[in-house]
Structure formats: structure tokens, C-alpha cells
Design a protein around this ligand. Structure first.
Ligand code: AOF
Ligand code: ZN
Length: 342
């Protein structure tokens, strides 16, 4: 039965998608004799953790059952005072007798210390239940916290004959439903990058308006100050980083970052991590995607392939060797493939 309840925890955790990054998505359930008496998940960044929401959800008439119940949790409960008090102390305070966990928390402030503390207090703790599923769900969190660098997702849309678009011209490749999906991805990731050429050609807004939710931090390069002042990326509507010289106008949410050419990707990633951004979606174009692919600084590739051919234009990047396919599905006329680096 452990796996059944852990699967429920994973479903609950997923409800936090797009709301909690750079924190992990976490779900928890409390089970008394094969009956779920409480459920919770981490709903928003800075808000109560899954365990707290789970304990709070228990009905008054079931509260006396809490010490006799098993708490299932996708992540080891936290050990530290962060934006909230330690979940491990809540568990000890509620006298919960059994705890089942999928993954230990790689955060150095936790890192097995809660498991140890609970065991020392006499709680029966089991770890590793559905561990690989849970690690996959929180792959961006696990990568960023252990490498101190954001998780990089490369994304591009290509025609059936392998082109990103016509040269120097805004070209629609994916259909309207796929665009909504891309906006969902944008809302789930912390930052989005488009190169100078893409900004000049497409004048993109780089927000998540078709899905709603949070907008990612927008990033582009403008070393030669070529982007016209009236372009969307310079509208100061949402946090934005422009790598390049400052402009004469006052901005509130737009930061200009002096840099050399070409922009050192590693520096960009480090700056993101230092600014609490655990993920970045690289939306192109060809040059920027090639730079990431060549540097090896990427973790995941999402390809949208339309059923129509273009007959020419800018070539889509070659898929690198040694990928694992994670998902393949159809959205309208487009085929979506998601690959992970092996
Ligand atoms: C838990 N349950 O639901 C989550 C945990 O800044 P804070 O206080 O929100 O703490 C964030 C850290 O806590 C995060 O990096 C991760 O180690 C852990 N997340 N822990 O017990 C939860 N989301
Ligand atoms: Zn916690």
C-alpha cells in the first residue's frame, strides 16, 4: 500500500507546479488504518509546507488518530527554520509514529538530518518509496540545489523538414494549443532567454499570458543596443535582464548588466542561481541554442514538430547523442518530444 499512498502524494505535489519554484513540489498524506485522514501540498513559494497543510486538513473528530497514523511525504521533512518552522518538529510535536518518504532532501540544511532526528525520537522511518518518480518530478530542484546552477531547458519548434523558421522573418511553426502549452512551461520555469536575433525578428513578450500564473524573468542580450525602445522586451512590464549597456530612460523592473561578447553562459547561469532562479527556458534562436548545446550547459530538450514543411530557412539544431526520451505526445497537429540528458 505504500506505493498507492505515495502516488497520491505525487499527485498532490504536482498541484504546486508553477507556484513553488525554486522550492520543490511536495505532497503529503496522513493515513490511519487504510483511510486517508489528511492531505496537503506545498501550494506556493514562501507558504506553508506540505506536511503543515496535511496536518491542518485533518478533521477535528480525527485529530486523536494523528499519533497512530503514517505520514507519507514525497520529500524528507525540513530540518531548518526557513520561511516556515521545521516540519520535523511538527511531526515530533504531533507524535506521529511512522513516516514514509520518497526522497531525502539534498538541501544541505536538511540532508538526512530530519530522518536521523525522527529515528532518534523513536519514529519508524522508511525512505526510497517511489524515489525515482519523485526525483523525476523535482528534477529541476535536485539539479539546481546539488550543482548550484539552474536547470537548463532548451526548447525549439521546427517544421516537418527541420527548419526553425524563414531567415529574418517571424514564422509561425506551432499551433494555438501548443502555444498554450509553451506558456504553461514558461509559468513553471523561473527564467526565459531569447537571443538578440529572435527578439529583433519576433518582438516576443516572453510572458505566460496564454496560461496565466507567474511570468518568468525575461532575459536577452543587447550588447550593441539594437533593440528598438518600443519593443516588448523593453516595456518594463515584468522583471527583465538585458545583458548590454544601459539606456537613458529610467526602468523599474528592467536591469541592464554590462558584459562582454559573447556573453559567458556560465556567468549568466551563476547570476541566475545567486538570484534564486533554479530553472531557465532557452527559447532560441539558432545561435543561442547552438551555444548552449556546444557548451554542454543544458539538462533537457523540448522539441515541437509541426506537420507542415517550410522548404528552407534556418536549420533546427542537431539533436545531441545520448538522450533519453521522457515524453512524446501530440498537441493538435504538433508532435511534442521531451528528452533528458543521460
Ligand atoms: C518540506 N516540505 O513542502 C517543502 C520543503 O524557504 P522555505 O522555508 O520554504 O524552505 C525551502 C526548503 O525547504 C527547500 O529548499 C527544501 O529544502 C525544503 N522544501 N520541505 O519539509 C515542503 N517544499
Ligand atoms: Zn518543511
Amino acid at each position: 500500500m505504500h506505493e498507492v499512498y505515495m502516488r497520491r502524494c505525487l499527485d498532490l505535489a504536482l498541484l504546486g507546479a508553477g507556484q513553488v519554484s525554486p522550492n520543490p513540489m511536495v505532497g503529503a498524506v496522513l493515513v490511519y488504518e487504510d483511510r486517508i485522514i489528511g492531505e496537503g501540498w506545498h501550494q506556493r513559494w514562501g507558504g506553508p509546507h506540505a506536511e503543515v497543510n496535511c496536518v491542518r486538513s485533518v478533521k477535528q473528530e480525527d485529530r486523536h488518530l494523528i499519533p497512530l497514523s503514517t505520514l507519507y511525504c514525497t520529500l524528507e521533512p525540513c530540518f531548518h527554520f526557513g520561511k516556515t518552522p521545521p516540519c520535523v518538529d511538527l511531526i515530533l510535536g504531533e507524535k506521529i509514529s511512522r513516516v514514509v518518504i520518497a526522497n531525502e532532501d539534498p538541501n544541505p540544511k536538511v540532508a538526512g538530518q530530519s530522518v536521523q532526528k525522527m529515528r532518534e525520537a523513536g519514529i519508524v522511518v522508511e525512505t526510497g518509496v517511489l524515489a525515482s518518480e519523485a526525483a523525476l518530478l523535482n528534477r529541476t530542484f535536485f539539479h539546481s540545489i546539488s550543482h548550484k546552477q539552474p536547470y537548463v531547458v532548451l526548447k525549439w519548434a521546427q517544421s516537418a523538414d527541420g527548419f526553425l523558421g524563414r531567415t529574418g522573418e517571424r514564422t509561425a511553426i506551432s499551433g494555438p494549443w501548443t502555444q498554450r502549452l509553451v506558456h504553461r512551461w514558461r509559468s513553471e520555469l523561473d527564467a526565459i532567454l531569447a537571443g538578440t536575433q529572435t527578439v529583433l525578428t519576433d518582438n516576443p513578450k516572453l510572458d505566460a499570458r496564454l496560461h496565466g500564473g507567474r511570468n518568468p524573468l525575461r532575459i536577452t542580450f543587447d550588447i550593441e543596443k539594437k533593440i528598438p525602445a518600443e519593443y516588448n522586451i523593453l516595456d518594463d512590464s515584468t522583471p527583465t535582464w538585458i545583458f548590454g549597456p544601459t539606456r537613458d530612460v529610467a526602468f523599474r523592473q528592467t536591469e541592464f548588466i554590462p558584459c562582454d561578447r559573447p556573453v559567458a553562459l556560465e556567468k549568466l547561469l551563476n547570476r541566475l542561481y545567486e538570484n534564486n532562479r533554479a530553472t531557465i527556458l532557452v527559447e532560441g534562436g539558432a545561435q543561442v541554442l547552438a551555444a548552449f548545446l556546444e557548451s554542454g550547459l543544458w539538462n533537457e530538450i523540448r522539441i515541437i514538430e509541426s506537420s507542415a514543411s517550410l522548404g528552407g530557412g534556418v536549420q533546427a539544431p542537431q539533436l545531441p547523442e545520448g538522450l533519453t526520451i521522457l515524453e512524446k505526445y501530440q498537441v493538435g497537429a504538433d508532435s511534442i518530444r521531451i528528452f533528458l540528458k543521460k
